[in-house]
Design a protein around this ligand. Structure first.
Ligand code: AGP
Length: 608
């Protein structure tokens, strides 16, 4: 997804903007650019490709100015070329705009503007904003932006500067996140906290159909209808070092290794072991309704969806609640008839995924109550759900979600225990699960200690072009998630399948050229998984088994074995997921992939 970074203050803008863009690289992009204002002069530079290409163009240039806007573009309209890179400007080179989102009526606007003599220089939808704002400018940049907001349809997070409005940056939001950063050295705006956390952790979230004017000394907000908005700054928990590699070769590997800590963070201050009843303060606003709830729908995308799929089994095990799990991108188009007191739970790391946001808005229209399990504090989904639970996992920079996935599973277990203990889960059972959760961090550490062994397995198989992942019950979603991890960072084709489905088709694929990862811990599905493994082996398919420590029987059957410590059956997915993360990481590394920024992918999919 595109990235936005803006600064106006007492310091030189260029280094701040370039560092900010680098912190947003993980969002995925294919070109970049910035515009810096110095008095009534604006200097603009853009480049296709990585930010390093932009820096090459700046070599030796002394660009003065303590105010500017910068952008990484993830192409939606038009090729990733320099001419399509942001900022875009009007024909008189007065107004410069950067934009995240999609202007849905840009074609009609473009035709009308061209008829009035405007010359377009790019294929982008964004350029119409520059021309409209310039035409609407009548002394006030914010009024020109406000008027433009009323003329465009679709989504935007935009930032604008104007040669005729020195010292002012105007930002506006409809559907694409924008956050204001407040510091003694001036004010920031960005699409993501990571771009400014090095300078401030005081942030204010702009909300939909609001705009703000930032100057060195102050900032003011108002609605699209010119109603003033007052909102106090929040303090984010993130620190600058959270966005550094700290010696790891990739953010993904760093975040895989953070999991013993992030699993602890998911439980910190929330385990009331005495009564076997966790404390989740964030859901208290709806607790009276939630504790009576007997039907839930989990909506999410990608890895978060697979967390929800494990969550369904966890709720089935620990509560009397009937849980459905839906892909948000499908759910939002369904004819929904909710039973009374249905809760829809949105699971989202970024809290900005367009499909998940649209799904909860549709659920709300149809009368459901909304909960969120979100990592980014103050994000759209966290604000549009009535209550929820934060991951407190710090920024996840790697595009492939790892630490957040195991954090989501941990929180789902906590939520299920809490609800179960108000239903049929006994104190003893609640305490048993909590004790098993408390052991998880060290157990994840045990899986991580096998990294060299897992790397050796990856080295054996990274050249295979098609993989199969198999699991049953709690581990079927891990088969899906393991396949997704491998696909998205190594570009190897992989399919996750419920092992019981093998005989209904996929077994036709088995061959010596197709490794199968079988997730086969010592749980109630063990014997059936052994049969599946033998079906694969009898067709000479290589098998990599993820199994419980000390399982000698598997070692006689599988070609390679990764062992995970023993735990409760519904906690195995957390440990198996870590093994799959490392396996996919090392395969991608052997293939020299761009692991933190895989091709075509974005960290937060804020467009539909
Ligand atoms: C996971 O590795 C992917 N990057 C992707 O599937 C991601 O989980 C999905 O886009 C959902 O993102 P969210 O959790 O921020 O909503």
């Amino acid at each position: 997804m595109c990235g936005i970074v803006c600064y106006v203050g007492s310091k030189p803008a260029k280094p701040i903007l370039l560092k900010g863009l680098k912190q947003l690289e993980y969002r995925g992009y294919d070109s970049s650019g910035f515009a810096i204002q110095n008095g009534d002069q604006i200097e603009c530079h853009r480049a296709a490709g990585k930010i390093a290409e932009l820096e090459k163009k700046l070599n030796g240039l002394d660009i003065k100015g303590s105010m500017g806007i910068a952008h990484t573009r993830w192409a939606t309209h038009g090729e990733p070329t320099e001419e399509n890179a942001h900022p875009h400007r009007d024909n008189d080179e007065n107004v410069f705009v950067i934009h995240n989102g999609i202007i849905e009526n840009f074609y009609a606007l473009k035709k009308r503007l061209e008829k009035d003599g405007v010359v377009f220089r790019s294929e982008t939808d964004t350029e119409v904003l520059a021309h409209l704002i310039s035409l609407n400018f009548d002394g006030s940049l914010s009024e020109a932006v406000r008027k433009t907001m009323s003329q465009v349809e679709g989504t935007f997070g935009m930032a604008v500067i104007n040669r005729r409005s020195p010292g002012e940056i105007v930002i506006a939001r409809r559907g694409s996140p924008l956050i204001i950063g407040v510091s003694e050295d001036g004010h920031f705006a960005a699409s993501d906290v990571a771009a400014m956390v090095r300078y401030t952790n005081k942030v204010v979230h702009l909300q939909d159909n609001e705009l703000a004017t930032l100057t060195r000394e102050d900032f003011s907000m108002s609605t699209a209808q010119a109603k003033p908005v007052e909102r106090s700054a929040e303090t984010v928990e993130w620190r600058a070092e959270d966005t550094e590699l700290n010696g790891f070769p990739h953010y993904m590997l760093k975040e895989i290794y953070e999991q013993p800590e992030t699993i602890k963070n998911a439980m910190r201050g929330r385990l009331e072991t005495g009564e076997g009843v966790p404390k989740l303060g964030g859901i208290m606003p709806v607790w009276d309704r939630l504790k009576e709830c007997r039907h839930m729908v989990i909506v999410a995308c990608g890895t978060s969806y697979y967390a929800g799929c494990v969550g369904r089994y966890i709720f089935e095990k620990l509560t009397e609640i009937d849980v459905d799990v839906e892909l948000a991108s499908e759910f939002r188009y369904r004819k929904l008839n909710f039973a009374p007191n249905t809760f829809v739970i949105a699971i989202s790391q970024s809290g900005e995924t367009a499909d998940t946001l649209a799904a909860i808005r549709e659920a709300k229209r149809k009368g459901a109550s909304l909960l969120g399990i979100v990592n980014v504090v103050g994000s759209s989904i966290s604000r549009e759900t009535e209550a929820g639970v934060y991951n407190h996992a710090g920024p996840e920079i790697g595009v492939a979600s790892t630490k957040i996935f195991t954090s989501q599973l941990t929180i789902l277990v906590l939520l299920a225990i809490l609800l179960g203990r108000h239903q049929n889960l006994s104190l003893t059972e609640g305490v048993e699960v909590i004790h098993a959760l408390e052991a998880l961090s060290d157990q994840v550490g045990t899986v991580l200690s096998q990294a060299n062994h897992i790397e050796a397995i990856a080295e054996k198989y990274f050249n295979y072009n098609n993989w199969l992942f198999l699991g049953r019950k709690y581990n079927y979603p891990i088969a899906m998630e393991g396949a997704l991890k491998l696909k998205e960072i190594s570009y190897i084709h992989a399919e996750g399948y419920p092992a019981g489905e093998m005989k209904h088709g996929p077994i036709a694929l088995i061959s010596p050229e197709m490794p199968t990862v079988a997730i086969v811990p010592r749980d109630e599905m063990y014997e059936k998984m052994i049969s599946n493994i033998q079906e694969v082996k009898s067709r000479r398919g290589p098998v990599i088994a993820i199994t419980t420590l000390g399982d000698d029987r598997i070692k006689e059957i599988a070609d390679d074995v990764i062992e995970i410590p023993p735990t409760l059956s519904f906690l195995n997915p957390i440990l198996a997921a870590v093994a799959c993360q490392l396996l996919s990481y090392y395969c991608a590394n052997f293939l020299n992939r761009d692991i933190d920024m895989p091709r075509n992918l974005a960290k937060s999919v804020t467009v539909e």
